[in-house]
Design a protein. Structure first.
Length: 169
C-alpha cells in the first residue's frame, strides 16, 4: 500500500504551478521592489498578463474588483500584507494597488485625468469598520520610464501603508 502512495505524492507536487520570488506566474522575469518592506510584512509585486480589471458594485453600493481575461491588457499588482498569527481570525491587514495598461506596455505616465484610464485602485482588506474596501485612485502618479516603475498616491484611508512604491522591472 505504501508503494502506491509515493507516486501520488510525487504527482501532486509535480503538478503545482510555478511562481518566482516576485509572484509573476510562469515567467522568467524578476522584479526588484526598491522600498524597504517592514520585517512583519510581506510585500510582493506581480504582472498579470492577459488580464483586465473589472470594478463591480455590490447590492449595497460597495466596490470590489475581479480580474477578467483580456489578451490586450496587463494588470500590475503590488501587495502589502501584514504577517499575523494564523490562529487569530481577525488580525489580518492587507493593502493592494492595482492598475491596468496595454499588453505591449513601454513607457507611460498616468496622472490627473489619464489616471482614470488605468483603472487604478487601492484595495484594503481588514476587519476594520469603514476602512476596508476598494477605492478608485483619482490623484497621484503611476509612471514607467525604462525599467523604473513609480507609484505615488495620496492618503485615501486612515493609516494607509502604501503611498509610494519604486520597482525595477
Amino acid at each position: 500500500m505504501k508503494n502506491l502512495l509515493y507516486p501520488f505524492i510525487f504527482l501532486a507536487f509535480s503538478c503545482a504551478g510555478s511562481k518566482n520570488e516576485h509572484g509573476d506566474k510562469n515567467s522568467k522575469s524578476s522584479y526588484q521592489i526598491e522600498n524597504k518592506c517592514p520585517k512583519d510584512v510581506n510585500c510582493s509585486f506581480e504582472i498579470l498578463k492577459n488580464k483586465s480589471l473589472q470594478i463591480i458594485k455590490d447590492d449595497i453600493g460597495m466596490s470590489y474588483y475581479e480580474l477578467i481575461e483580456d489578451p490586450k491588457k496587463v494588470v500590475f499588482k503590488y501587495s502589502y500584507k501584514l504577517i499575523t498569527d494564523k490562529d487569530l481570525q481577525d488580525a489580518g491587514y492587507s493593502e493592494e494597488i492595482l492598475f491596468e495598461t496595454e499588453k505591449d506596455y513601454t513607457d507611460f505616465n498616468y496622472s490627473g485625468k489619464s489616471l482614470q484610464t488605468s483603472k487604478a485602485i487601492l484595495n484594503v482588506m481588514c476587519f476594520c469598520r469603514g476602512k476596508a474596501g476598494t477605492y478608485k485612485i483619482t490623484e497621484g502618479e503611476i509612471s514607467k520610464n525604462g525599467k523604473d516603475l513609480l507609484i505615488k498616491i495620496p492618503s485615501i484611508v486612515s493609516n494607509q501603508k502604501i503611498e509610494e512604491i519604486r520597482i525595477t522591472l
